[in-house]
Design a binder for this molecule. Structure first.
Ligand code: MG
Length: 305
């Protein structure tokens, strides 16, 4: 049943991360044609943005070593999908393939920057700047992920003003959008509200903010609702809830696209997404991954007995 509530956006953009953030954190290697079919099916289900892959060095993420081959298998709509690039070399590969949208992956904490980017929190800006500058000169859209916005497994609590500082630096560098990540899933709704308000107080337009919640502690939809009340209208999700964070202990990770769509549609918020088609796609992918989907919605809607 659809019961709208006032004070929420009429329409939400779901930024699908399953083929990149999902598959990169799955143990099972999926072949390139299956990945291409995954992207095609997600686009056909009405997801407006599907992040296809990452041009990170195969040594770090062997699951996505076939990034160039995958992009070659996609048609024009597929090649319009954003890809993650870690540096200028990754940008070169993306530009060669005619990619129009890229994402970079920053850190809100010093420890995660050192572990994941091999540089300090402050050094990451110098590392990203040449790639962002060249991408913007080539009229590419640049999304900047900010990871560990709500907590860090090594540092614990992350000061809200530190997150705002990192996000502002990335926007000032030329990024079009920030994706604020609760990488280990420890955030709660009041924290979400406070973080969004702090960005607005710092002069950031809410339209430039996207939220990337993880359901590790069961808080992803509560946090989404808080962000909707704060005016955010772009949310990241992973079809079937695949992937997550290798640093979080629990098996669950990324917010499932289906779980998000169910809540949004129940609130009367438009997404353009066909829930049944996403569920069918996630069930199909679960077979390739050799395990059931962690999404509550996928389980509920595919129950046979
Ligand atoms: Mg994620």
């Amino acid at each position: 049943m659809v019961v709208p509530q006032s004070g929420l956006p009429e329409r939400v953009t779901i930024y699908e991360v399953g083929p990149r953030d999902g598959l990169q954190n799955e143990k099972t290697l999926v072949n390139t044609e299956v990945k291409a079919e995954f992207v095609r099916r997600l686009l056909a289900a009405g997801l407006p943005i599907v992040e296809a892959t990452s041009f990170v060095h195969p040594r770090w993420i062997p699951q996505l070593a076939d990034a160039a081959d995958l992009m070659g298998l996609l048609d024009a709509a597929g090649r319009d999908c954003p890809v993650l690039v870690p540096n200028e070399r990754g940008l070169d590969r993306a530009l060669e393939l005619g990619v129009k949208k890229i994402a970079i992956f920053g850190s809100a904490t010093d420890t995660f920057a050192k572990r994941n980017l091999n540089c300090t929190l402050e050094e990451q800006f110098a590392m990203f700047e040449p790639a962002v500058k060249r991408a913007r000169e080539a009229e590419l859209d640049v999304r900047a992920y900010v990871s560990m916005c709500f907590g860090d497994p090594w540092e614990g609590a992350v000061p809200v003003q530190q997150v705002v500082y990192v996000g502002k630096r990335l926007l000032d560098m030329g990024a079009n959008q920030l994706s604020l990540g609760d990488t280990i899933g420890v955030g709660t709704p009041g924290h979400v509200t406070h973080l969004i308000e702090s960005f607005l107080e710092a002069g950031v337009d809410v339209a430039q903010l996207a939220m990337h919640f993880h359901d590790t502690y069961g808080q992803a939809l509560s946090n989404t609702f808080a962000a909707l009340l704060g005016g955010v209208s772009t949310f990241d999700a992973s079809a079937g809830g695949i992937g997550g964070c290798p640093f979080a202990e629990s098996a669950t990770g990324n917010l499932a696209t289906e779980d998000l769509v169910w809540m949004l549609h129940g609130l009367g918020i438009q997404t353009g997404v066909d829930l049944g088609q996403v569920v069918a796609t996630s069930s199909w992918m679960a077979e390739h991954l050799g395990r059931p989907s962690p999404s509550a919605l996928v389980r509920a809607l595919t129950r046979t007995s």
